[in-house]
Design a protein around this ligand. Sequence first.
Ligand SMILES: [Zn+2]
Ligand SMILES: [Zn+2]
Length: 276
Amino acid sequence: MTEHDFGSDLQIKLDRYGQGFIDSHCHLDYLQRDGDLEGALERARRNNVTGMLTISTSIAGYDALQTLSDQEHDIWCTVGVHPHDAEGHKDLKVEDLVKRAAHPRTIGLGETGLDFFYDNSPRDLQEALFWRHIDAAKETGLPLIVHTRDADETMIRILKEAGASGKITGLIHCFSSGRALAEMALDIGFYISLSGILTFKKANDLRDIVKDVPLERLLIETDAPYLAPMPHRGKKNEPAYVTLTAEKLAEVKSVSLEDVSAVTTRNFFTLFHKAQ
Ligand SMILES: [Zn+2]
Ligand SMILES: [Zn+2]
C-alpha cells in the first residue's frame, strides 16, 4: 500500500468514525458473560462511541471475540494472552497467535506484558510469553497492546530490546506507570492509552505526565468492566463511559472535546491500520 492510498483510506475511516469516540480497550466478553452486553452497546452508540476494540486475554476466550466482531460493524478484536494467564499458556507458540491474527477483524496482538503487582504467574513465564507476542507482532505487522503494572524497569528493558531488533508498533494500555516508561514508549513510536484512572482524584502524577505527551500519541479506553471513571468509580464500567475520560483529557490538555475526538480517532486508525 502506498502512502497516498493509506491517506485516502484513513480519510474514509475518519469520515465514518471521526465524529465520536473510540474505546480502544474493553472486554465485551466479560459484559456478555454477565448478560449486560446488548444494553451496554446501545448506551455506547447513543453516547457517540463509534468503535470498540474488544481485547483478548486468553486463547480459549478468543473465538467469542472473533464472532462478536464479525457480527457488529463497530467492534474489532485482538488475539493475545494476559500476563495473569502466562502459566496456563506455557506451550503457546508464535504461530498460534499469527494464524488467529490473520482474521480480517483481528487487528492487534494482546493484551500482553507484565504484571508484577498481582504476580498471578511467575515473572519468567510472563516475560517469555510477552516475547512470543512481540515476535508475532513483528511477523504480522500488527500493533501490540501492552499491559504493564509495577514492572517499569523490566518493561523498559524489553521494549528497548524489541525496538532494537526490528520494527514494532503498539501502545501501553491503561497507562499508570512512571515518566521514564512513558518517554521510552514514545521514543520507540508507541502510543499511550488512557483509562478512567485519568479522572481519579489522586491521579495527579498521571495527569502531569499526560500534559507532556503530544495529543497525537494518545488514545482513550475504558478497560470495561474494570476501572469506571468518575463519577462511576467502583461500579461496573462500560464503553459509553469512554467519553468521561475524553472530557478529562480535553481539560488536562486544554483543548476542545472535538479535538480530542478527532485526534484520538485518527490516532486509533493510524496505529490499528487494519481496522476497516
Ligand atoms: Zn490490562
Ligand atoms: Zn484489559
